[in-house]
Design a binder for this molecule. Sequence first.
Ligand SMILES: Cc1cc2nc3c(=O)[nH]c(=O)nc-3n(C[C@H](O)[C@H](O)[C@H](O)COP(=O)(O)OP(=O)(O)OC[C@H]3O[C@@H](n4cnc5c(N)ncnc54)[C@H](O)[C@@H]3O)c2cc1C
Length: 393
Amino acid sequence: MNEADLRTRVHELLAAYPPSEVDTLDFLRARFDAGLAWVHFPLGLGGLGAPRTLQAVVDAELTAAGAPDNDPRRIGIGLGMAAPTILRYGTAEQQHRWLRPLWTGEEVWCQLFSEPGAGSDLAALATRAVPDAEGSWRVNGQKVWTSSAHTARWAILIARTDPAVPKHQGITYFVCDMTDPGVQVRPLRQLTGEAEFNEVFLTDVRIPDSDRLGAVGEGWRVAQTTLNNERVAIGGQRTPREGGLIGIVAETWRERPELRTAELHQRLLQHWVDAEVLRLTGERLRQQLAAGQPGPEGAGGKLGFARLAQQLTAFEVELLAEEGLGYDDWTLRRPELVDFNGREAGYRYLRAKGNSIEGGTSEILRNIIAERVLGLPPEPRTDKDVPWKELSR
Ligand SMILES: Cc1cc2nc3c(=O)[nH]c(=O)nc-3n(C[C@H](O)[C@H](O)[C@H](O)COP(=O)(O)OP(=O)(O)OC[C@H]3O[C@@H](n4cnc5c(N)ncnc54)[C@H](O)[C@@H]3O)c2cc1C
């Protein structure tokens, strides 16, 4: 499959489903079936087995034709984390069941990983999955900080299936049906006043064994695929030059002559250069990705993204002075997505604080870069070979 073939396919899709005449969902389903959803996925699963780099050709053609998109920000966890994991570890049946409605946005996904006692040390998790008499699993435990749990149809879930072995070994990876009566979702209000994430309580939740991803006890390995993809999904987003937050800040500076001091200009330029470095690093990351699964290098992109987002949002508030501190509304809302660019400076400033925590804290990402990218000596770990049930908690 080359670029010309791909353009022909796009034009055939547009001719059969003119975007201005057909329903959005019909268009998205037809796009998936034509293999133009994510071209690097296999035939029959929304792709054509083509190089990942060719996706940009499809996206540009469809955008120019005014085609609807699948609202990637709303379904980011499904696209960025669940899909690559299902593709790598799912059975053919699981892939066919989940990938199409995931990509079209008909089914939203969330990620049930973090727990009150297992965040950075995720392998310490205590949620238990026990086989029952019917050959299913019964899951009990509590998850926390679960973005989109209130809108999700499915969740990727890791749970402990064997407490007698060291913590990384006794974990299994499941897909959890969020409509199970044992799943209770409670909003958790954030610094922004909104509750885009939740606490999730799991009480005797039944998961059929056919909804397990990967082998029993292999969940940590499966989760690494999710986590590596998560960092790239957060830190490797494609933005145009001077796009995203740097664009907003530069615009503020340009619109207000009183801000054009030499000192502020120097600081803006420094941020502009950092944003450009990050943009090009993201580009390189995507090129690496075209050749295979993301590795630990993605940690650098996510680390840089969080740091720059916090610096830029703080600089914007500083530029706007009192005006930047105003806040529109503290009503408890449960939004479907994080509206980073659509809201005002005060919201951006507060929401960016979470960037250095979600998807792995900056401290943990530095550990990953040190140990797995640079090969520096690892942190001392005393609990690696101790059975989980003997660990003090
Ligand atoms: C906005 C937002 C959305 C989120 N969405 C989800 C979601 O959808 N699903 C989900 O499962 N989770 C989600 N999370 C949870 C997130 O992944 C965890 O908060 C994160 O992994 C940190 O875990 P913790 O909060 O338990 O902090 P802790 O692990 O208790 O860490 C506290 C502090 O100690 C530092 N620290 C811990 N260990 C070390 C170490 N070895 N070396 C150096 N420093 C260390 C940390 O870096 C941090 O600064 C979300 C979090 C946020 C803020």
